[in-house]
Design a protein around this ligand. Structure first.
Ligand code: BGC
Length: 363
């Protein structure tokens, strides 16, 4: 695993060097002038291709990558793709043309980047997946993320905890929402959540009144809050005109707030709703006793870890041993994993103790 990152970079460098005298490791083409051993220049261009800026975490990533890469001495080239695969492919092509040495990618669609990333790897560019896995390609050196299945488990558990805390003894009526099907995180979040919820569905503690328990039925195209709200409206009018809904699994905070808005409009007592991202608006909602929980996965930590990996590559070193590997259909990908944390009203002050901007929302 450890060799992988430089494997891609060195392969190309080695190819160039085959014709000439080759010495010590073959880091040739882009060696920094000041450092004969460097992987690439200390002020190299680093590309960052984000999927969209539609949720707070991606806006934070956009700003943090610009400032952190610049602070580390690199030239950041950060772009977002408005959730469109072709746009992201073109942005990555342009980053290759502009000489990026590493491209960090939050994929719009984990399966659609194979050829452009292979082109990048062939030009000696290292690829780091950001937050989302990149599937079906060997052109990926590592992924920095909060474990997606683990995140889903926390979402499922927070829903169960919230039901016990707010809705008395079961059984409980619930509904299930998933994220955008093109995003490889979305089925993983759902799988993690269902590993916690399914046994409770099987033993009768939970009833999914609509019967819509498959990811394909629960998914929210493009992570679009309005589409989630429309689905919630029809679930409530179709299945809950004579019933209380007690809880809803939500894959992120934007969808959680859409579910709560729909429930209010339908005159329901607010259901317990899970979330993700610790978005400002959801922190306010949690503090006000509406949304029950979110899962925090701080962008600052994710960007910080990505920049560390880029610095390792810049020095010409191998990436560190991964926390785990995940098979993406073509190879076992190195995963650098951070720990997600459930946030409710009871622990919010503690979780955000070192995050002044979020702490300020708790009032
Ligand atoms: C990210 C979430 C985000 C969602 C929609 C997912 O891949 O992990 O943080 O809410 O995309 O943008």
């Amino acid at each position: 695993m450890k060799k992988k990152a430089l494997g891609l970079v060195s392969l190309v460098a080695a190819g160039t060097l085959l014709l000439g005298a080759c010495s010590g490791g073959g880091r040739g083409a882009d060696t920094a002038e000041t450092n004969g051993e460097a992987g690439f220049a200390a002020d190299a261009t680093i590309g960052v291709a984000l999927p969209w800026l539609g949720t707070q975490n991606w806006k934070e990533a956009d700003e943090l990558f610009k400032s952190e890469l610049e602070a580390a001495g690199f030239k950041p080239l950060v772009q977002a793709a408005d959730n469109k695969v072709t746009q992201q492919q073109q942005q990555i092509e342009a980053m290759i043309e502009q000489g990026a040495k590493v491209i960090v990618v939050g994929a719009v669609d984990g399966t659609q980047l194979g050829s452009v990333l292979e082109k990048a790897a062939d030009s000696g560019v290292a690829i780091i997946g950001y937050d989302r896995l990149i599937e079906n390609t060997t052109a990926i050196d590592g992924v920095v993320q909060f474990g997606s299945v683990r995140t889903g488990e926390l979402q499922g558990q927070s829903l169960l905890d919230g039901l016990a805390e707010r809705k008395g003894a079961g059984p409980y009526n619930i509904e299930l929402f998933g994220g955008g099907p093109a995003d490889p995180n979305a089925p993983d979040f759902f799988e993690g959540a269902m590993s916690v919820l399914q046994p409770k569905i099987d033993d009768g503690t939970l009833t999914v009144v609509s019967g819509q328990t498959d990811f394909t039925q629960a998914a929210t195209p493009d992570w679009d809050n309005a589409k989630a709200q429309a689905r919630m409206d029809s679930l409530l009018s179709g299945f809950y005109s004579d019933k209380q809904i007690d809880g809803v699994l939500s894959p992120n905070d934007g969808i959680a707030r859409a579910i709560l808005a729909s429930s209010k409009q339908a005159g329901q007592e607010l259901p317990v709703v899970s979330g993700l991202d610790a978005e400002n608006e959801s922190i306010v909602s949690i503090w006000a006793g509406e949304q029950f929980a979110t899962v925090a996965k701080p962008s600052a930590d994710l960007v910080g870890r990505s920049v560390e990996l880029i610095q390792t590559l810049q020095k010409g070193e191998d990436l560190p041993a991964p926390d785990e590997t995940v098979n993406n259909g073509k190879k076992d990908v190195a995963i650098y994993q951070l720990d997600p944390v459930v946030v409710t009203k009871s622990n919010a002050e503690e979780v955000f103790a070192n995050d002044p901007a979020r702490l300020a929302l708790l009032k």
